[in-house]
Design a protein around this ligand. Sequence first.
Ligand code: NDP
Ligand code: 8X3
Length: 253
Amino acid sequence: MEKKIALVTGATSGIGWATAIALAQMGYNIVATGRRHKRLNKLQKEISKEGVDSLTLNFDVRDHEAVKDAIATLPDNWKKIDILVNNAGNAHGFDPIQTGSINDWDAMMDINVKGLLYVSKEIIPGMVERKSGTIVNLGSIAGKEVYPKGNVYCASKHAVDALTQGMRMDLNPYGIRVIGVHPGLVETEFSMVRFKGDEERSKSVYQGLQPLSAEDIAETIAFAVSRPPHVVLADIVILPTAQASATIVTRNQ
Ligand code: NDP
Ligand code: 8X3
């Protein structure tokens, strides 16, 4: 039997990388996407150790034409995407609304919201035609709650939550499962991106507690997608034990 195919966006680091590996370990052939080409090559080598095939697609999710063109290059036997993991995204900046940067706001709305839509637009029609498929959208605790200085990032992740619910409704007649995964603090490159390479500030986010790892989230995604076809884990919030909400965290317990 042909192997099933999973397409993971933002696979060059963190949750996306770990999810690509976890799905490869489950026997899926992987389409891994991201902007950093060398990282994609490295990931491909790791995936090959799991005995499955992989392809990489190099595009910026903000560029609709690039997304469309890249996905159109998939060979015929790679076009049937069984699982789409909409993971690419980041926070940019951590400022009160009155001093936030337009560039940061554009980045978050363009990547986290519009990028997710652009990729979905290319993959969903095939799922609808086949009446099967699973979509996993990476939301966040920031999509369930708002925290000070989180303003636009939280808005982008609330939008992901709304889109996840909307997709589930619209795709319901076609047997397509739509899963929202909403993590709290996960130690990846996320804070380095948010704080624009400030290592000390990034590390302080995770100081005095055990954050989630990218693998914790990947395992959760692997579990969710491996439920029987009649089961959808629709909405998953996953926090480190030291975190009770977006703003309540116990450090140095
Ligand atoms: P990382 O910074 O480690 O990974 C982000 C990934 O997104 C990278 O692979 C990056 O690839 C990709 N990406 C970013 N911008 C673009 C773009 N314009 N075009 C294409 N790909 C892009 O962060 P995480 O793994 O932590 O984040 C993954 C997802 O999980 C995000 O949606 C994030 O919001 C969400 N999340 C993270 C949490 C955390 O605490 N870490 C908690 C809750 C949710 P490249 O740069 O190569 O393009
Ligand atoms: C990432 C988690 O709390 O930094 O989405 O917003 S948080």
